[in-house]
Ligand binder design. Structure first.
Ligand SMILES: [Zn+2]
Length: 127
């Protein structure tokens, strides 16, 4: 009878530990996704500021502009280069960033791993 009790306690301990691990992993994923979303917002903001200051607007930005020595750093629109929250993140710039209206042709930044800011918000919004 005692053996059964010991086995049950062990199983419970394993269950608690595994659950704890999964929660930690999920929290880390969420933190990375949110950092990724913050990056995309910063980049979008930089492009908008750049376009307000320049008569020739930036239509098709690329990630190198947000890196050390890139145009956004040179223009002092960005204080620090954009860091990737995870090695799986890779930013893609779709559409025309000179369009400010909310139309399908307007520029959108997407992460290959996490999707757009809207995708991340939809996934991690408080349930
Ligand atoms: Zn990402």
């Amino acid at each position: 009878m005692k053996k059964v009790a010991v086995v049950i306690v062990c199983l419970l301990a394993v269950a608690v530990l595994t659950n704890g691990c999964c929660n930690v992993a999920a929290k880390r994923d969420e933190a990375r996704a949110k950092a990724c979303s913050a990056n995309m917002r910063v980049m979008q903001g930089c492009i908008e500021m750049y376009n307000m200051d320049h008569s020739e607007m930036m239509k098709t930005p690329e990630f190198s502009m947000f890196q050390e020595g890139g145009v956004m750093m040179q223009e002092k629109l960005l204080r620090q280069p954009i860091q990737l929250p995870s090695e799986k993140c890779s930013y893609l710039f779709h559409g025309d960033f000179s369009i400010i209206d909310d139309v399908p042709e307007a520029g959108v930044i997407k992460c290959s791993e996490h999707g757009s800011v809207a995708d991340i918000e939809a996934k991690y919004s408080r349930r």
